[in-house]
Design a protein around this ligand. Structure first.
Ligand code: NZQ
Ligand code: ZN
Length: 384
């Protein structure tokens, strides 16, 4: 087992109606809030008024910043941070999924500095303070509600990058599974693939941590069992609650215990390139990229992949190749793409993807990828 540090200060408030506690907590954070959200779903499904009513109830003034896009851009973060400064807000309330929460995390840093926020993302500047952040999760998948990661896209520099900082842990996160019942089937499936991928990234991390292996595998089992039912029963509260919980615990540090790092993350680097180039939802990039990455690893770590099969599918007889096929079958069962052609990408696109991946030197932390490996992954994504 490797040495490791575990730290997670996020207060998680989980369950139906929990937003009603916001008026007790908000006054501890200040008198004026910036409420950040996406392109309108939280208004359409009546989630936003439940949040703002709570702020009004305890006399907190608030202004809104809307329009955060999926695969969020640094441009919006810059605008929102300027607004937060101009309006002198004391804290941020993010109402949405990973895109909104990630943006809000960086807004909370940028609002306290005169630095361009992209410099934080690329590690050229180090934040020293942040506004407190409250999150209200409305789509399960990323785990952003209980971690210190933000992933942002910069179309000018052609990058989609994640980074971590302790100042980006939310103070409090409200998780009401009923808020996710309006998430459409495809987006729900994308969240499911994201959760599985987070557990896989951790599983392929550094060091020998049998307990972490089991945590990761149990999360995958839980999500496969629940996800299969949920995509055909979208308004089932218990299924929504199980997926939301699994999503949060897949990327809050739990699956990284006893490891030297938080995981490999090479597949996410590949997925981010697909999102950057073609604006594909994050989860759908991973259902294509993860099987392809595992195929590349067949000869390098066959035993590790077979162990995964044993832990997830209770079948010690599966070959490594069969384990990968089982993951592909699951993604197909929930109608996610597993090949580039299923998201309408051609041979020419595959070439463009490979060029970008090589330009970015996309790699994992544990399993270093070179040009020929990236080429092989693209080939697996194209042809299986
Ligand atoms: O913009 P609106 O109108 O709100 O619509 C959103 C969006 O179109 C919609 N939605 C959200 N809540 C809804 C809803 N629709 C109906 N009912 C609701 N209750 O869902 C769509 C997707 O939202 P988004 O926030 O983009 O999804 P997700 O949570 O999957 O976030 C994806 C982003 O998170 C990053 C990804 O790279 C991607 O940019 N990630 C963040 C991580 C982290 N911070 O730890 C780790 C992940 O690996 C991931 O990279
Ligand atoms: Zn992810």
């Amino acid at each position: 087992m490797e040495n490791f540090t575990a730290y997670n200060p996020v207060k998680l408030i989980f369950g139906k109606g929990v937003i009603n506690q916001l008026h007790q907590i908000a006054p501890q954070l200040g008198k004026k809030a910036l409420v950040v959200y996406g392109q309108g779903s939280v208004k359409k499904y009546q989630i936003l008024p439940q949040v703002t009513n709570q702020l009004a109830l305890c006399g907190i003034k608030f202004i809104e910043f809307s329009g955060i896009k999926p695969n969020p851009r640094i441009d919006e973060v810059r605008k929102a941070a300027d607004l937060a400064k101009k309006e002198n807000v004391d804290f941020i309330v993010a109402v949405g999924g990973g895109s909104v929460i990630d943006s809000a995390k960086v807004i909370s840093l940028a609002a306290k500095h005169d630095t361009d926020p992209w410099e934080f993302v690329i590690g050229q500047a180090t934040p020293t303070q942040a506004l407190p952040l409250v999150t209200v999760l409305t789509v399960a998948g990323t785990g952003s509600e209980m971690n210190n990661v933000a992933v942002l896209q910069n179309n000018q520099t052609q990058q989609k990058l994640g980074f971590r900082h302790e100042l980006m842990f939310p103070k409090v996160s409200f998780l009401d599974p009923s808020y996710t019942s309006s998430v459409p089937r495809f987006q729900t499936a994308c969240g499911i693939a994201d959760i599985i991928s987070h557990a896989l990234e951790a599983y392929f991390g550094d060091g020998n941590s049998p307990l972490a292996d089991k945590f990761a595998a149990q999360i995958i089992r839980e999500v496969m069992e629940t996800g299969l039912k949920l995509v055909n029963d979208l308004f089932n509260y218990d299924l929504r609650a199980r997926i939301m919980l699994a999503s949060t615990y897949a990327l809050n540090g739990t699956t990284a215990i006893g490891r030297g790092n938080t995981g490999d993350w090479g597949t996410h680097a590949i997925g981010h390139a697909l999102s950057l180039l073609y604006d594909i939802p994050h989860g759908a990039t991973l259902s294509i990229a993860f099987p392809a990455w595992m195929k590349l690893m067949l000869n390098q770590i066959p035993d590790r992949i077979r162990k995964l099969g044993r832990l997830v599918f209770d079948d010690g007889c599966l070959s490594a190749q069969e384990v990968i096929e089982k993951f592909e079958e699951f993604f197909q069962l929930i109608d996610l793409p597993i090949r580039l052609s299923e998201v309408n990408l051609t041979k020419e696109d595959a070439q463009i993807i490979e060029e970008l991946l090589n330009k970015q030197k996309a790699t994992g932390r544990v399993f270093q990828l070179d040009d020929s490996m990236r080429s092989a992954i693209v080939d697996y994504m194209a042809h299986g």
